[in-house]
Ligand binder design. Structure first.
Ligand SMILES: Cc1cc2nc3c(=O)[nH]c(=O)nc-3n(C[C@H](O)[C@H](O)[C@H](O)COP(=O)(O)OP(=O)(O)OC[C@H]3O[C@@H](n4cnc5c(N)ncnc54)[C@H](O)[C@@H]3O)c2cc1C
Length: 352
């Protein structure tokens, strides 16, 4: 369906009768990864952007504070719809363009021989990898020499450290001319201009089918193991990943539990830490720096949604579930293209 956008604040139309390219003032609510990317790309498109965040600059209240930050469109193909891979692959280009220091060292998937069936299943369901043997694993990650016979290497994937990349994105969007207001709790009804609602789970008043999916994680520290890229362990009960954070720190994640409790259970902590130990016994001597949990904002189909209100005044970007860092750039590009050119992506956009 070829829909056209039209915003009340826009003065006139272009010759084709479509939306004018004239910039409108944009209010973005929520400075998590979705809102930060929206604000950045609208500012770069020439709009006057104000980004409101109810918390402070530490972004402790955002889901992303606890996220892994993996940019893994092909690995995620194992149990995601193709649209996640399509938008995720586009996002990688945007991360490279806007933050050229983003590490793209790939992702490594390994399994113990007893979990061979699950490993083969993942290989069947995904693409964009190279099968490597024990020598190939040791070449990529010397710390894993002799620990696994076979792996899948997704060379095109990357990862970011959310607690560093969100401030970097905020600095970038301020440099692009946007204004950020921290400690500003705003309702979409009270906002001015075109409103981009990126409140995550807090948007339930207008997106009632949102739910929270709990993700638990741990941060540990050891100098006995060094990794260059995220390592995923295929396991029938504990499919976990370990992400190097630098300075001997590693993030171990993550559970996915249909619960809105924000605590870390003893069972989950045991599973996360045991799985890390199964990747390398030296993790057994690591110090536990943090155990944490947060709720991923998810819609019933676990897919992202850009919902445009009937009066075209508010655009809600939500349901980023476990792919916020992977998808936020591409979703922002789609929103800007809709506002400036009336372009519609039927897989993720809903109008009216
Ligand atoms: C353990 C874990 C691991 C994860 N790992 C990954 C991963 O490896 N890769 C990946 O891509 N994704 C990952 N995710 C998912 C990712 O974190 C989420 O998809 C993403 O954070 C959602 O972003 P968001 O901006 O929509 O919501 P949020 O991050 O929740 O941001 C919403 C923001 O809006 C603010 N806000 C709310 N209401 C208001 C208001 N009224 N006024 C002003 N501000 C308001 C909040 O304070 C918050 O800062 C993981 C999540 C978890 C929990």
């Amino acid at each position: 369906m070829a829909l056209r956008s039209s915003f009340p604040s826009r003065a006139d139309s272009n010759a084709a009768g479509g939306p004018a390219a004239e910039p409108v003032p944009v209010t973005v609510i929520g400075a998590g990864v979705a809102g930060a990317w929206q604000a950045l790309l609208f500012a770069k498109a020439g709009h006057a952007v104000t980004l409101h965040e109810r918390g402070d600059a530490s972004l402790l209240q955002s889901t992303g504070y606890h996220a892994g930050g993996m940019l893994a469109p092909w690995c995620e193909g194992e149990d995601s719809e193709p649209v996640i891979t399509r938008l995720g692959a586009r996002s990688l280009d945007l991360w490279r363009r806007e933050l050229p220091d983003t590490p793209f060292h790939g992702s490594l998937v390994v399994a113990h021989p007893r979990d061979r069936a699950d490993f083969d299943r993942l290989a069947r369901l995904t693409e964009g990898f190279e099968r490597i043997d024990a020598a190939g694993i040791a070449e990529l990650e010397p710390a894993l020499d002799g620990r696994f016979r076979e792996g899948l290497f997704f060379a095109g994937e990357g990862h970011v450290e959310p607690r560093r990349v969100l401030p970097a994105l905020h600095a970038r969007l301020e440099a692009a001319g946007a204004t950020i207001r921290y400690n500003s709790d705003l309702s979409p009804h009270d906002a001015e201009g075109l409103v981009i609602d990126c409140r995550g789970l807090a948007a339930r008043d207008t997106v009632p089918d949102l739910r929270g999916v709990k993700g638990e994680m741990a941060i540990i520290e050891t100098h006995e193991v060094a990794l260059t890229r995220p390592v995923r362990l295929v396991h029938p009960r504990w499919p976990i990943y370990i992400i190097p954070r630098g300075d001997g720190r590693f993030m171990i994640g993550a559970t996915a539990i249909e619960s809105e409790d924000r605590g870390v259970t003893l069972r989950s902590a045991l599973e996360l830490l045991s799985a890390a130990y199964a990747v390398h016994p030296a993790f057994g001597e690591a110090r536990i720096l943090e155990l944490g949990a947060n709720l991923r904002p998810a819609l019933p189909d676990n897919l992202p949604r850009i919902a445009i209100s009937a009066d075209r005044r508010t655009i809600s970007v939500n349901g980023l579930y476990r792919h916020g860092f992977l998808l936020a750039p591409a979703l922002a590009e789609l929103t800007v293209n809709y506002v400036t050119r009336g372009a519609i992506d039927n897989e993720v956009m809903q109008c009216g």
